[in-house]
Design a protein around this ligand. Structure first.
Ligand SMILES: [Zn+2]
Length: 150
């Protein structure tokens, strides 16, 4: 609609410029100066052009807007998905942190409950055989055969 009107104005201005009657006669009633008529013609033509451009942009922007809307929906979906993934990862990390924290706390609790067990070195296991004579060792660290301490 705007396009058609713009084209009509454009044609009108063009007609004025090329001094084609009866349009020229109509304008010549307003002003007798042919220079002014030319200016009016150019103005009308420009106005028509502006309408044409505006109309073209208007229809183009409608298409653009619809495609942008689709794109935006896609973007929103992607963002939502990313957000969901981020939330999942965040929850997982938080869960891991919580688990780690709980384990640390449990360890600390154990340490505080009986600090001796944590501080004392694990009992050194006795060698199975005497390091002097090679005889099998019993419960004691003293060899039953040679009597030396292992
Ligand atoms: Zn021995």
């Amino acid at each position: 609609m705007i396009l058609i009107g713009g084209l009509a104005l454009f044609t009108l201005g063009l007609l004025v410029i090329v001094r084609q009657n009866p349009v020229f006669g109509l304008f010549s009633q307003v002003t007798s100066d042919s220079q002014e008529i030319l200016v009016i013609g150019v103005l009308v033509q420009f106005l028509g052009q502006a309408f044409v451009i505006f109309g073209a942009m208007h229809s183009a922007s409608h298409k653009l807007a619809s495609s942008m809307q689709v794109e935006r929906q896609i973007t929103i979906a992607a963002v939502a998905q990313n957000l969901q993934q981020f939330q999942n990862r965040y929850q997982n990390e938080q869960q891991a942190l919580k688990t780690g924290y709980a384990q640390t706390i449990a360890k600390l609790d154990t340490l505080m409950a009986n600090p001796k067990s944590a501080l004392t070195q694990p009992k050194v296991t006795l060698p199975l055989n005497c390091k002097f004579c090679g005889a099998g060792l019993e419960e004691s660290q003293f060899c039953t055969k040679c009597g030396k301490a292992n």
